[in-house]
Design a protein around this ligand. Structure first.
Ligand SMILES: CC(C)(COP(=O)(O)OP(=O)(O)OC[C@H]1O[C@@H](n2cnc3c(N)ncnc32)[C@H](O)[C@@H]1OP(=O)(O)O)[C@@H](O)C(=O)NCCC(=O)NCCS
Length: 174
């Protein structure tokens, strides 16, 4: 049985997230008889990795070994998926996940919205949902690595670039 954490129509997605209507709205999809497309957020980790990789394909991301994707999701602290649901049909349209030390810090990875659903406020709503989940776990330091072209997207959500001059540093194998 699949339990969904959030249910609202796409048009009021941002308002819903902003007005902290994030109380658990458990919903059993098997009983869904709405013919209107609805947007649902889930924290269920049991998602179809092929469907996720197809979503990543649609934004031009390089393919990753499914074995590693599966492991990364299993070991993530938080997995947020966003679905368009019409009747009993569902389609993965957004995804984000976070790793964490379960106490102080979380880092958000793999933020993606299906290009057909972009620029409607859904990425923002999904991120707000993810942040609310992390805050409810009392995580106060949320970080991420932004591609240069999406810095403004994250800044609009309150993320700060180089706070107090702090720089992200990376080590890669030769
Ligand atoms: C980045 C991404 C998740 C944004 O999702 P989205 O649903 O299109 O974003 P929204 O419609 O919720 O936009 C929210 C706000 O951010 C702004 N925004 C969105 N994408 C932006 C971009 N690339 N550059 C600047 N601002 C952007 C919007 O204008 C909007 O501003 P507003 O709050 O003033 O109205 C989506 O474009 C995507 O999946 N891109 C490809 C994958 C990617 O680059 N992921 C990030 C990796 S770090």
């Amino acid at each position: 049985m699949v339990f969904w954490k959030k249910l609202f129509s796409s048009s009021d997605a941002v308002n819903a997230a902003e007005s902290t209507r994030l109380k658990e709205d458990l919903f059993n999809l098997e009983n869904n008889d709405s013919s209107q497309p609805q947007i649902i957020f889930s924290t269920e980790k049991d998602i179809d990795f092929y469907e996720l990789e197809e979503l990543c394909d649609r934004v031009g991301w390089a393919r990753r070994p499914l074995r590693k994707v599966k492991k990364a999701i299993e070991h993530s602290f938080l997995v947020v998926s966003m679905w368009e649901v019409t009747g009993k049909k569902r389609r993965l349209i957004g995804f984000a996940r976070a790793t964490s030390d379960h106490a102080f810090n979380a880092t958000i990875w793999d933020v993606v919205v299906d290009p057909k659903f972009q620029s409607r406020g859904l990425g923002k709503a999904m991120m707000k949902y993810a942040i609310a989940q992390l805050r409810s776990a009392d995580i106060s330091n949320i970080t991420l690595f932004a591609d240069p072209q999406v810095i403004k997207f994250y800044q609009r959500l309150g993320f700060i670039l180089d706070p107090e001059g702090i720089k992200g540093m990376f080590w890669y194998p030769d």
